[in-house]
Design a protein around this ligand. Structure first.
Ligand code: AMP
Length: 213
């Protein structure tokens, strides 16, 4: 199964993608995670991306398409994948169309997680994540058992530098202007499924399962 996950930052794409990965044994390909990995490793790509990410702006399409193109050559994408945070612009969607055509692949679903802006701001500013295992917590509705510490590996949780209120507002604006129009790109192919992204994690996941069945 090949899925694109669209939705504003904080809609829960990462959390839901991890559940899909577990049930369907396909890979989550998150461009945000890949970029953060590059930053952690101190690669040239990582330092190029840093200023854009910290301001909540998009990393240039050419950088993203190069990075995703490399991932498409890896065998672990063969059973299927869920694209999380990619594509984010029309040129990226066109680049993906090309990659799919070159590799003879077709998408199955484009899931659009819908959450009101006020809820997104509340979620993002309270979000904490584990830099080691990637588990995502929320201080309001899904806190770790011990404050500031990952339940799974005891590592100190971090507040992403782009989850501050000013950056979050910019990321939401960028989503509305550049990413939301992608729904129109995929609508004619009959792939788009709108999912209500409010409520509990399990409840939202059930809506996703109903949509992909
Ligand atoms: P995310 O973890 O998906 O919210 O991404 C965090 C940040 O990484 C974004 O605010 C962008 O600066 C950058 N980023 C991630 N994916 C992309 C993409 N497909 N195109 C451009 N920038 C991206």
């Amino acid at each position: 199964m090949r899925i694109i996950f669209l939705g504003p930052p904080g809609a829960g794409k990462g959390t839901q993608a991890k559940l899909i990965v577990k049930d369907y044994h396909i890979r989550q390909l998150s461009t945000g995670d890949l970029l953060r990995e590059h930053r952690k490793l101190g690669t040239e790509l990582g330092s190029k991306a840093q200023t854009y990410m910290d301001a909540g702006n998009l990393v240039p399409d050419s950088v993203i398409l190069g990075m995703v193109g490399e991932e498409f050559n890896k065998p672990d994408l063969a059973p299927g994948y869920i694209l999380d945070g990619f594509p984010r612009t029309c040129p990226q969607a066109e680049g993906l169309d090309q990659l799919l055509q070159n590799t003879n692949q077709k998408l199955d679903h484009v899931l659009v997680l819908e959450v009101p802006d006020s809820e997104l701001i509340r979620r993002l500013t309270a979000r904490r994540s584990c830099p080691e295992c990637g588990h995502i917590y929320n201080l309001i509705f899904n806190p770790p058992k011990t404050a500031g510490i990952c339940d799974h590996d005891g590592i100190e949780l971090i507040h992403r530098s782009d989850d501050t209120e000013a950056t979050v507002l910019n990321r939401l604006k960028v989503y509305q202007e550049l990413t939301k129009p992608l729904v129109n790109h995929y609508e004619p192919q009959g792939l788009v499924r709108h999912i209500d992204g409010t409520g509990g994690v399990a409840e939202i996941y059930q809506r996703i399962l109903n949509a992909v069945k």
